[in-house]
Design a protein around this ligand. Structure first.
Ligand code: 9YT
Length: 150
């Protein structure tokens, strides 16, 4: 079992800032559970074009107000607390944040944490090597580190 609080990730390698967002990755590929789980804040007044060519992503808004644009069809959707969007067709999309938008995001396959958006806004498909290295991000997996009780 792994238990983390968002604040445990502050300032670690799991805490990543880009121009328009900050994302803390609660679960990554190194946990080897088939998905990654992110808490992302998209900053007020920004516009972020994205395209996950190699991943399926579900995004659940738990705070803020904004707009999602399907860049392939031009359709627009309001985003607010309780809105979920599922990118089951690898759609090019843009998120416009009116206020800070707090989003809970799930990726399959999982992100490794090493991805950066390339010039197309794409995340490459990265995988973890078979032999996982010790976490270098301040978080630990209790079962790996703890003495096994007798
Ligand atoms: C809202 C959204 O698409 N977030 C994606 C995750 C974030 N860009 C990250 O953790 O890299």
């Amino acid at each position: 079992m792994i238990v983390r609080n968002l604040s445990d990730l502050d300032g670690t390698a799991r805490d990543v800032e880009f121009h328009t967002w900050r994302s803390r990755r609660l679960v990554l590929a190194k946990e080897r559970v088939g998905f990654s789980l992110h808490d992302t804040v998209i900053y007020a007044g920004t516009e972020t074009p994205m395209w996950y060519a190699n991943h399926i992503e579900a995004v659940y808004c738990v705070g803020g107000e904004g707009e999602l644009v399907n860049d392939e069809t031009g359709e627009k959707f309001e985003i607010r607390d309780g809105t979920m969007y599922l990118l089951d067709g690898h759609e090019h999309h843009t998120v416009r944040a009116k206020t800070d938008l707090r989003m809970v995001c799930v990726f399959n396959p999982p992100c490794t944490g090493r991805e950066v958006h390339d010039e197309n806004g794409v995340y490459p498909l990265l995988t973890e090597p078979e032999e996982d290295e010790t976490a270098q991000d301040g978080t630990t997996r209790a079962a790996d580190d703890a003495e096994v009780p007798a």
